[in-house]
Design a protein around this ligand. Structure first.
Ligand code: SF4
Length: 290
C-alpha cells in the first residue's frame, strides 16, 4: 500500500491504521494551512480503498483495533460509499474497536440525520472537526467558509446522531488584536457543542501560506507565549462544558494541559499561572521540528 503525498492524522490516532479514503482536502483554502496545498482533491475509488484494506489485512492480520479515514475531510464522501467501507473494515478486521475520520462542519450539515445515524450504527465512532475558532471574524479572516453557528450546529447534530466529536482550536489565531474575542467566543462554541474532546494547537506559520505573508507585511501580529497563556486563561474561565476531555498536548503547545471540564479548570488555571510566573514554556526548538 502506498500513501499519496504526506498523510496527516490527529495525535490520538498515532497507533491507528490510516486508510486514505480521499486525497487532499475538499476545502483547501484556509489561509494558515499548508497541509494539502500540493494535492488535488479527489475521492479514491472503492476498489483502490478496498485493495488497501485487503493488503493491510494480509500484512497485519485481523487484530487491528483502530482505523482512521484520511485525508483532510473524509466525511465529505457519499454516505453509501462510507457505509460500504465501514462494513469492509469490520469484515477484514472483526476486532476493530474504533473507526474515526476528519470532517468539516459543512460535511456534517450536508448529511441527513438518517445518514449520520446509519454511519454511527455502521461503526463511525468519532469525527474530528477543526473548528479553529468560535469567533466569526477570525473564521472569515482565515477563509474557513463557515460560521461559529454552523460549527455548533454540526457538533449538536453529530451528538444527536450518536457520533462523538473531537474539536480542535488554534491558540493565537486571532492575532494580538483578537485575543479576547477569539478566547471567549471559542469557549462559547465549545459550550454549545459540549464535545467529547476539545484541544488546542498553537498557531505556527508555514512558508507559502497567505497568513505567513500577512504577518511578514505586518498586517497581523503573532502573540507571545505569555499572551497565549492569557488567551488560554480567558478561554478556560468562560468554559461550561461538563464532561469534555481537554488537552493541549500537541508539539506546538507552549504549556501542556490535560483535564476534564468543568472540574479540572481550576487545576489547569493554576498550571498556566505557574508556567507564566516561572516562564516555563516548551522550547522554541521543539516547534521548529514540528
Ligand atoms: S485547515 Fe482543514 S479545512 Fe482548512 S485547508 Fe487545512 S485541512 Fe482543509
Amino acid at each position: 500500500m502506498e500513501y499519496e503525498g504526506t498523510v496527516y492524522r490527529p495525535p490520538s490516532e498515532a497507533r491507528s491504521l490510516i486508510i486514505q479514503v480521499t486525497v487532499g482536502c475538499a476545502h483547501n483554502r484556509c489561509t494558515f494551512c499548508n497541509m494539502y496545498r500540493t494535492k488535488k482533491f479527489r475521492v479514491r475509488t472503492k476498489e483502490e480503498i478496498m485493495k488497501d484494506l485487503d493488503e493491510c489485512r494480509d500484512y497485519y492480520g485481523p487484530y487491528v483495533s483502530r482505523v482512521f479515514f484520511a485525508d483532510g475531510d473524509a466525511l465529505v464522501v457519499k454516505t453509501e460509499l462510507l457505509l460500504e467501507l465501514l462494513a469492509y473494515v469490520h469484515k477484514n478486521f472483526p476486532y476493530v474497536e474504533r473507526i474515526t475520520s476528519y470532517g468539516t462542519a459543512k460535511d456534517v450539515l450536508a448529511k441527513s440525520e438518517e445518514d449520520l445515524k446509519a454511519l454511527a450504527a455502521a461503526g463511525l465512532e468519532m469525527v474530528y472537526i477543526g473548528a479553529e475558532s468560535g469567533d466569526d471574524r477570525v473564521l472569515e479572516h482565515i477563509h474557513k467558509d463557515v460560521t461559529a453557528a454552523q460549527i455548533a450546529a454540526a457538533g449538536q447534530k453529530l451528538k444527536r446522531c450518536g457520533i462523538k466529536t473531537s474539536v480542535t482550536l488554534i491558540s493565537g489565531l486571532g492575532g494580538r488584536k483578537g485575543i479576547r474575542e477569539h478566547a471567549i467566543k471559542s469557549a462559547e462554541l465549545i459550550n454549545q457543542m459540549n464535545p467529547e474532546y476539545a484541544s488546542f494547537l498553537t498557531l505556527r506559520l508555514y512558508e507559502g501560506t497567505q497568513m505567513n505573508e500577512e504577518v511578514k507585511r505586518g498586517e497581523m501580529e503573532l502573540i507571545t507565549p505569555d499572551e497565549i497563556v492569557e488567551e488560554m486563561e480567558l478561554f478556560l474561565t468562560h468554559i461550561d462544558s461538563p464532561g469534555t476531555i481537554f488537552r493541549t498536548n500537541h508539539a506546538s503547545n507552549y504549556v501542556v494541559l490535560a483535564g476534564n471540564f468543568n472540574e479540572d479548570i481550576p487545576k489547569m488555571l493554576a498550571q498556566l499561572e505557574d508556567a507564566k510566573k516561572r516562564q516555563r514554556y516548551r522550547l522554541e526548538e521543539w516547534r521548529r521540528h514540528i
